[in-house]
Design a protein around this ligand. Structure first.
Ligand code: SAM
Length: 459
């Protein structure tokens, strides 16, 4: 089998199962997956920072299936679910899935994307939701223009100055309609249908706000642009929902509805909901570092979750503090990590010499190590885990996360199988920013990823 042959077949939209049979050698895979569709099926339902390429999951599942290690119906676990790439791709391949994330929006997105919906119910729900909505939103505008207030609408906990009016009220009217339909629809799928609609509302919320396009961190439009920003909420929501319903139309017939997908709003350092020795394979992309100085998942998710899903400001504000290496510390920094990982020891030494952020690095890897220990607990002995990691810089020192991952996993008893370096064709990440994420300051974050494949300790 040549790379060309492989590249032609893997990634075709209708042949996920057939694709899996192609992967007999991990070295024969072109891991860049350049030009391939990363939005097919429900993958493109909603943006999320640092999404993983779905084809990584497909190739790994295919390889281990062909090795006889896993089989459809087995359990795939992702401790850092994000927008649910692993869960969606695993469902397409016929697997059951479990996932954790500390970000409520990640849970919402993963469930909405991974759980197939009955399409007749989905279109009926859509019809009910859109019925008379344009008229209702026009009335909101007229009342607003007449200087009326809206005492009947719960004011979402977003910060002042981030939304045009009356658009924020219009978003709330759609939110309330979705809530009402969830209560009124007496089917088993009411919660799933409502969640699916909330994802389209979440995307509309982002587009409606003064958030600058193409930025995952919270940056507001310039004042002059804010004055011109007068989005049509109805048009935006209708087109998002229609596009998402079409995507579910591709996805639902392609997956086995008898499999299941569960997502826990939970910390993977404890992974309390995942049973010991229950998981057949783990495929995951951990955060690159603490959220505040790398990718601020909480900042990205805050307003969409507050407006579309009534999450509280306080809950969303915590996300970046409780992520790996975050400021809300629960674990004491583990000094012995330095003895176990020569790559970490060398990195910390350089950081200390430069009076850089050695303590922050040790705190991040202490948290990350706790997740590795939990993965060792939940994985069946000898079964694989793939860590898809990117190396960041701290205080302008490159952090070799791939080597540190390998060495710390080996300390726990994992066996190293493969280290795959892959270039990222395009990823919306603050690569051009300094480690401190200061806009306009260029650092040397690397635009590549490593896939560290290990197998769990044998008993
Ligand atoms: C790189 S993203 C995962 C992206 C995902 N693979 C995708 O394709 O969308 C890392 C995720 O880890 C989550 N996270 C950070 N610390 C966590 C923890 N202690 N437990 C669970 N999830 C955590 C973040 O909220 C974020 O969603």
């Amino acid at each position: 089998m040549t790379d060309d042959h492989y590249q032609v077949t893997l990634g075709s939209t209708s042949r996920v199962r057939a694709d899996l049979h192609e992967v007999t050698d991990l070295d024969a895979v072109d891991w860049a997956f350049e030009g391939w569709d990363t939005h097919e099926y429900t993958h493109g339902l909603h943006p999320y920072p640092a999404r993983m390429a779905p084809q990584i999951v497909r190739a790994l599942l295919g390889y281990y299936e062909n090795q006889g290690v896993i089989a459809p119906g087995d359990l795939v676990y992702d401790p850092f679910s994000g927008s649910g790439t692993t869960s969606v791709e695993a469902r397409l391949a016929g697997y059951n899935t479990k996932a954790n994330d500390i970000n409520p929006l990640a849970k919402l997105l993963t469930l909405a994307k991974a759980r197939p919906l009955p399409l007749d119910q989905l279109t009926a729900f859509q019809d009910d939701l859109m019925d008379g909505l344009a008229v209702e939103l026009r009335e909101v505008r007229e009342r607003y223009d007449a200087g009326e207030s809206f005492p009947e609408i719960d004011d979402p906990e977003v910060r002042d100055g981030w939304y045009p009016q009356p658009q924020l009220w219009e978003l709330c009217v759609i939110r309330d309609r979705i809530d009402d339909l969830e209560t009124d629809w007496e089917t088993d799928h009411a919660a799933d249908l409502a969640r699916f609609a909330r994802v389209a509302l979440s995307k509309t919320t982002r587009k409606t706000s003064y958030q600058r396009n193409g930025e995952f961190k919270r940056y507001r439009l310039a004042e002059a642009d804010r004055e011109r920003h007068d989005p049509d909420v109805y048009e935006s929501f209708e087109s998002e929902l229609t596009a998402n319903v079409e995507k579910m139309g591709e996805y639902a017939p392609a997956v086995d509805h008898d499999c299941s997908s569960e997502v826990f709003l939970a910390d993977s350092r404890t992974a309390a909901d995942i049973e010991t020795n229950s998981v057949d394979i783990v495929i995951t992309s951990p955060p690159y570092g603490d959220h505040t100085t790398t990718v601020a998942y909480g900042q990205f998710s805050k307003d969409p979750a507050i407006v579309a899903w009534r999450r509280s400001y306080e809950e969303m504000q915590r996300v970046d503090k409780i992520g790996l290496g975050g400021s809300t510390r629960t674990l004491e920094p583990l000094e012995t990590l330095e003895q176990w990982s020569p790559a970490l020891a060398a990195t910390l030494e350089t950081l200390r010499e430069k009076e850089g952020r050695a303590d922050d690095a040790l705190e991040f890897f202490t948290d990350y190590y706790a997740v590795m220990e939990q993965v060792a607990r939940v994985l069946k002995p000898g079964n694989p885990v793939a860590w898809v990691v990117a190396n960041r810089t701290m205080s302008r020192v490159n952090i070799p996360t791939h080597l540190i991952t390998k060495e710390l996993c080996e300390q726990i008893g994992f066996d190293h199988q493969q280290l795959i370096a892959r270039e990222i064709p395009s990823k919306t990440l603050p690569w051009a920013n300094a480690p401190e994420n200061t806009p306009g300051v260029t650092g040397d974050l690397m635009a590549n990823e490593n896939i560290v494949v290990m197998t769990a300790p044998e008993e």
